[in-house]
Design a protein around this ligand. Structure first.
Ligand code: OOG
Ligand code: MG
Length: 267
């Protein structure tokens, strides 16, 4: 990891409780570096790991991981230039075409991503995009609903990592496809909000190839002493910038070769 722990165990627990409160009761908090300006990336992951431990202790099931800030569009939008990872649980999953409540979210935004489902374990360090493709069962299109718990959706890398990469909800859908049947680099995606095109891009926007983002994620997991287990659902990061949604909005994400993912937002 590029930086060392500076927080004491008691600070990690305090910050975790703060983030957990904001996530579960849907309110905005100041970014954590306002109080701990020297917080490092390693500190952020320590808070995120504690959050994961607590959720699992409460019965949430870990279903996978997400890479974030893996495209230029996302990095520019958020003012951060290093990718991050976060964990995904069963409580965050929402069915395709469903109504998603916003009353338990702070200021949700949606983004289009290519998701991977793994058929074998992957372990870093040194994991490559080739390793990822060989270990992939299939890919499918996904929409991630992110929701930073930080005021104004403004943060730095250490804070957003502690907030589990703004993870909130996710929807997988469309058609599952084998990676050998696709050129995963050139998949086009168009996002529509209330029938109007609001964003578009191609999968190469994600680190040149979305499998690169999954390899990076596996290598960060290795830094934390973790592997990516078979069966994991893994999102490779937003291709285009994220768009704010509110009750009444309906979203359709159309992916070349992979079909569509849709949802609407309600109070
Ligand atoms: C951080 C999460 C980024 C992505 O796909 O880039 C992310 C954020 O933008 O709030 O999920
Ligand atoms: Mg995302």
């Amino acid at each position: 990891m590029s930086s060392n722990l500076t927080l004491l165990r008691e600070d990690i627990v305090r910050l975790c409780e703060r983030v957990e409160g904001a996530q579960t009761r849907a309110y905005a908090i100041p970014k954590l570096t306002d109080e701990y300006p020297d917080m490092t990336i390693a500190d952020g992951y320590a808070v995120q790991s504690e959050l994961r431990r607590r959720f699992i202790e409460k019965g949430h099931k870990l279903v996978g991981w997400k890479a974030g800030l893996t495209s230029k569009a996302k990095m520019q939008q958020m003012g951060v230039n290093v990718p991050s990872i976060g964990f995904l649980t069963d409580r965050m999953a929402r069915p395709e075409s469903s109504a998603i409540s916003t009353s338990d979210l702070v200021h949700p935004r949606v983004e289009c991503e290519v998701a991977f489902v793994m058929k074998s374990d992957l372990q870093g360090p040194g994991c490559t995009a080739q390793d990822v493709l060989a270990a992939t069962d299939y890919v499918l299109p996904a929409v991630e609903i992110i929701d930073s718990r930080f005021s104004g959706f403004k943060f730095d890398l250490a804070s957003v990592i502690a907030d589990n990469g703004s993870s909130a909800r996710f929807v997988g859908g469309g058609r599952a496809r084998y990676v050998d049947d696709l050129d995963l680099k050139t998949l086009g995606v168009v996002m529509e909000k209330n029938g109007e095109i609001v964003a578009m891009g191609a999968s190469a926007a994600v680190m040149g190839h979305p499998a690169e983002a999954i390899a990076m994620l596996v290598n960060i997991l290795a830094d934390m002493g973790e592997i990516l287990p078979a069966g994991s659902f893994v999102m490779s990061g937003g291709i285009t910038e994220a768009l704010a949604v509110k009750p009444g909005d309906s979203i359709v994400a159309r992916f070349q070769e992979l079909g569509t993912v849709s949802m609407r937002f309600v109070e």
